[in-house]
Design a binder for this molecule. Structure first.
Ligand code: PLP
Length: 397
């Protein structure tokens, strides 16, 4: 059996059409397959590799920490320097009210922890979320996923979950003292990069404050500079009660976090004791890698160049076959007339050495979310590959 056969036979699949290219190396913005073919990672491993793949500082941090120690005990018992150092760096770069970090293994677990925290703090059960939202695949996170097609086969899910349209006033009228939390992405990722109106998000924030409702901001994709500021919420002049992080948080290693004020977070220590626990959450090697990656991001000019690169892409992605371009920072959804066209273009792009993909709730869109370290030259190559792929698909080549 070759690796492809083993992959298809012995590894659980998530769809019947995986990309199924065997990669054996990654460096900066590039991936290399086993035949030595080079690909530009146009989606940064789904917004993980914001500083590119295999950054030397991250490799050094991983190797160093692995030599010192790996897992020692369940989360929250021993003092572990990689966790304290990373929590300090994160909270130093957040508003004062977001001063306490609970490290998890993944984004979905951050969502789960945050929903529990909101219930525990408010003593309420109702959870408000949005249509076309994605917050993870575990049963709690799935309950708030914004599409019945994905939820339906797994019912019963969490009770008392209500969905609203994003960017729509309906939710503002529905919020009252019975609601524990509103979970929202700062920019809806899987809807195809849909940003909210600032006024609407601020009104939502105000309503939550008035009624003691926890506003949970999911920045699992939008965080770490993707939108042109370290956190997207900065651009809307709001401060969430609970912040969800994942993906780029671990610098390529598995790591998630929910972050809130210490007074809130400490409610998980009592009544019941061990209100939220995890064996591997905040793994020391993941924390060391994540901290190294964040330092690289903060020390470089990468975040500052995001808006300029966004403009460059807008100007260089002109085609009469593109229906619309949705974007927010170095994060694009290129929309076509039909999902079939998007899929054919995506396939062509991959053949031509550009890794891209579609969106869960926007199958008619092609995703661009490259590492933030990408040069203008490489962005030019991305545009050329996409435009050429569109032409070939349209000509039926
Ligand atoms: N929230 C958002 C916005 C995401 O994009 C994702 C993953 O794609 C998640 C949550 C879940 O993160 P994970 O896959 O690490 O569980």
């Amino acid at each position: 059996m070759n690796n492809r056969q083993i992959f298809l036979q012995h590894l659980a699949q998530t769809s019947d059409a995986p990309i199924a290219i065997e990669m054996n190396k990654a460096n900066g913005i590039y991936l290399y397959d086993t035949n030595g073919k080079q690909y530009i990672d146009g989606i940064a491993g789904f917004s993980v590799a914001n500083i590119g793949h295999s950054h030397p500082k991250v490799i050094e941090a991983v190797q160093q920490q692995a030599k010192e120690y790996m897992h020692l005990i369940v989360y929250g018992e021993f003092i572990q320097q990689p966790q304290t150092a990373y929590a300090k760096l994160l909270t130093d770069n957040l508003p004062p009210s977001l001063n306490c970090v609970y490290f998890t293994n993944s984004g979905a677990e951050a969502t789960e922890g945050a929903m529990k925290l909101a219930k525990r703090v408010t003593g309420r059960a109702k959870i408000f979320a949005f249509n076309n939202a994605y917050h993870g695949s575990t049963q709690g996170a799935l309950s708030i996923m914004g599409d019945e097609y994905w939820r339906n086969s797994f019912r019963p899910l969490l009770p008392e979950v209500y969905h609203f349209n994003y960017n729509n006033a309906d939710i503002l009228h529905a919020i009252d003292e019975s609601v524990a939390c509103v979970v929202t992405e700062m920019v809806q990722a899987e809807a195809g990069v849909k940003a909210p109106e600032k006024k609407w998000l601020q009104a939502l924030y105000k309503k939550c404050k008035e009624h003691g409702v926890m506003l949970i901001a999911d920045e699992i994709q939008s965080g770490f500079g993707r939108t042109g500021t370290l956190w997207a919420f900065e651009q809307f002049d709001i401060v969430p009660d609970i912040l969800l992080l994942g993906k780029a948080l671990g610098g390529g290693m598995p790591l998630g976090a929910f972050i809130a004020a210490k007074e809130l977070m400490f409610s998980l220590t009592n009544n019941p004791v061990l209100g939220h626990i995890t064996t591997f959450g905040g793994h020391p090697v993941s924390c060391a890698a994540g901290k190294a990656a964040l330092e690289v991001l903060l020390q470089g000019e990468y975040i500052k160049t995001v808006k300029e690169k966004e403009q460059f892409l807008i100007e260089n992605l002109q085609s009469k076959h593109i229906k619309a371009i949705h974007h927010f920072g170095l994060w694009f959804a290129i929309q076509f007339e039909h999902a079939e066209v998007a899929h054919a273009v995506i396939k062509k792009c991959i053949e031509k050495g550009l890794i891209t993909d579609w969106f869960v709730f926007a199958a008619d869109c092609l995703r661009i979310a490259p590492p933030l370290i990408i040069s203008k030259e490489a962005l030019k190559t991305i545009c050329a590959i996409i435009l050429q792929s569109i032409e070939e698909v349209k000509k039926g080549k």
